[in-house]
Design a protein around this ligand. Sequence first.
Ligand code: F6P
Length: 361
Amino acid sequence: MGQRKRIGILTSGGDCPGLNCVIRAVISHATLTYNWEIVGIPNATQGLLERKAIALNLHGLDVHGIDPLLSMGGTYLGSTSKGNTSDHTSELLASYQALAIDALIAIGGDGSLAILRDLACQGKWNLVAIPKTIDNDVAITERAVGFDTAVNTITESLNRLTYTAASHDRVMIVEVMGRQSGHLALHAGIAGGADIILIPEIPYSIADICQKINALRDHWGRKFAIIVVAEGVKTEEGSSSIYTDSLGQVRLRGISQYISEQVAHTLTQEVETRVTVLGHVQRGGMPSALDRIVAAAFGKAAVDLIAQQQYDRMVAWQNFQVKSIPLEEVLLSSPLSVEPDSYLVQTARALGIYIGEGKNN
Ligand code: F6P
């Protein structure tokens, strides 16, 4: 019989609900089925650089039934999304060796998985990846951990905003995350009863938005409207709304203000607009049941891949099954974006939602 394996696990990039459920599933399966040692590396590459490893086996198993990892948002291990590690490559490779782990499970989005794969190739690490991101833009997998909870959070926010919009006959413009993909806006917009959904993948016009708002009033006697706009949507002239954060990184924010001003300007006295930027509210909170299930299935699959010595792969959700895909193939593929003629887009249009390109009044 071989030596007892020692497995590292880390969470990298922006946090999201469900990360702790993945950690819990990995601990449970690796301990109960394989009797492996599991160590958590705090704060992703930062913890690796500092050669930190937290023993995880007892955590969770001792308290099954009231396990806080199941319902806790964020990541118990902490994360970092500071990006570039190229200045520290040789230290990171040495740290990995020093931690004496047999394999590493990395939970991340496409950006952080690309960085970790690069290191893994150089250091010959045994890497297995699990996709997470509220944006749901990781290629090849239909679901990433965190997406469903974020959709639910946005949906609930739209429900709340609808009542106050109706009470004051206002047009509410709600900006949601997603980087260059419109999955969050599309899913939550349909679920939350939006009248207008703007996503980066489909061009729109201010004139059509205004026509839709007028049509709601003229045909239905409704003086309020809900517009969901994805942060990656551009102005009509094609500029992104961005800002630079304190670390000098460019971030998306503010397209909702532009839409608000354009609508108010075009419809003059007829409408009052208000802007809500949901921001990191979308990333917080308890994971939904579906995210917990996806997390559990991904955690189990990742552990089994290590048992089968199948490395440099990512687990993926496809048609209600968990598959494993070469990580290189995932990273070489374009991020998952909304297909402009997809069934969900057609559904939105069939329900009378304006979603860009052509009128739907
Ligand atoms: O990729 C996830 C995400 O939440 C994006 O939707 C958003 O643009 C970005 O991260 C925000 O990043 P940060 O937490 O660094 O501000």
